[in-house]
Design a protein around this ligand. Structure first.
Ligand SMILES: Nc1ncnc2c1ncn2[C@@H]1O[C@H](COP(=O)(O)OP(=O)(O)OP(=O)(O)O)[C@@H](O)[C@H]1O
Ligand SMILES: [Mg+2]
Length: 263
């Protein structure tokens, strides 16, 4: 056999492809104690992906499930800010997620001593960090791992799609046509790469969920529900408080949504 080549199922493969296959196998084995893995995603920024990821996680936890939150927004991590978590964490390998009110959390913010410091990394480093999180974190047994994805369609979503057997993506849009179009793009990308769409949520909704209906019709996916525009979200999140734990109406909105994805 030629140098640097191996034979798998009678096919010769380049070592770099074999490495990816091996890595994928190792990550799958490592995460096999996690029953469901769900990405929260939209290519559009600011629609409420982190808000949805955090509140879905706590809604599920409140229903008795063991939940982990992975901040896949590697260069602009926000989860620890939304949860009022401060300080650095034990960075020894394997990485141990921090725990906040019963939910396990991991974020690059935990490896930076000041949240205001920028994380300036090129694409390959971002992909590597996602891999590091997936490969090196000891989650233990979880019912749900919720992944908060960054906007856009670059390295983080691609790495996650490549490396994980996701149950699927929950898409988030706002009522505006432009947000819907960008969310449709995200859904089409996911479908093209073979990832299921669990459905779409309209956030900052003002009534008729027209943005989410546009997305659901275009992608032929379920409309999971809508979350009203409510200043409490920003006020509570800015204080590091979780709306689902503080407000019964918001809790009901999220419980109704997570029930539709099997919670
Ligand atoms: N339903 C809502 N009503 C009012 N404000 C909201 C609502 N949902 C989210 N917000 C606020 O909108 C802002 C953006 O939300 P968030 O950070 O969750 O969006 P994102 O999609 O994760 O953004 P990015 O693309 O930067 O990751 C936050 O200040 C958040 O508190
Ligand atoms: Mg976000």
């Amino acid at each position: 056999m030629a140098d640097g080549q191996e034979e798998t199922n009678n096919m010769k493969m380049h070592p770099s492809i074999l490495r990816v296959i091996e890595q994928k196998k190792a990550i799958r084995a490592k995460l096999s104690a996690i029953k469901h893995k769900i990405g929260v995603y939209s290519a559009k920024g600011g629609v409420g992906k982190t808000t949805v990821a955090v509140n879905m996680a706590y809604a599920l936890n409140g229903m008795g499930y063991k939940v982990g939150l992975l901040d896949a927004d590697i260069d602009t991590p926000n989860i620890t800010l939304f949860l009022g978590m401060e300080g650095m964490w034990d960075q020894h390998y394997p990485l141990k997620p921090a725990e906040k009110n019963g939910v396990k959390v991991i974020s690059t913010a935990m490896f930076v001593d000041d949240a205001r410091k920028p994380i300036i990394w090129r694409g390959p480093m971002i992909g590597k960090m996602v891999l590091e999180f997936l490969d090196s974190t000891e989650w233990g047994t979880l019912d749900y791992l919720i992944l908060d994805l960054p906007p856009g369609s670059s390295d983080a979503p691609l790495s996650i799609i490549q490396l994980l057997d996701l149950d699927g993506f929950v898409l988030v849009t706002t009522p505006q046509h432009i947000a819907a179009i960008n969310t449709i793009r995200s859904g089409m990308m996911a479908k093209r790469l073979g990832v299921s769409l669990l459905g779409v949520i309209e956030n900052m909704s003002e009534g008729d969920a027209k943005g989410a209906r546009e997305v659901a019709e275009s992608l032929q996916c379920e409309l999971l529900g809508s979350i009203a525009l409510d200043r409490k979200f920003a006020e509570l999140s800015d204080k590091g408080m979780v709306p689902v734990l503080e407000d019964s109406r918001i809790r009901e909105e999220f419980i109704s949504i997570v029930k539709k994805i099997g919670g």
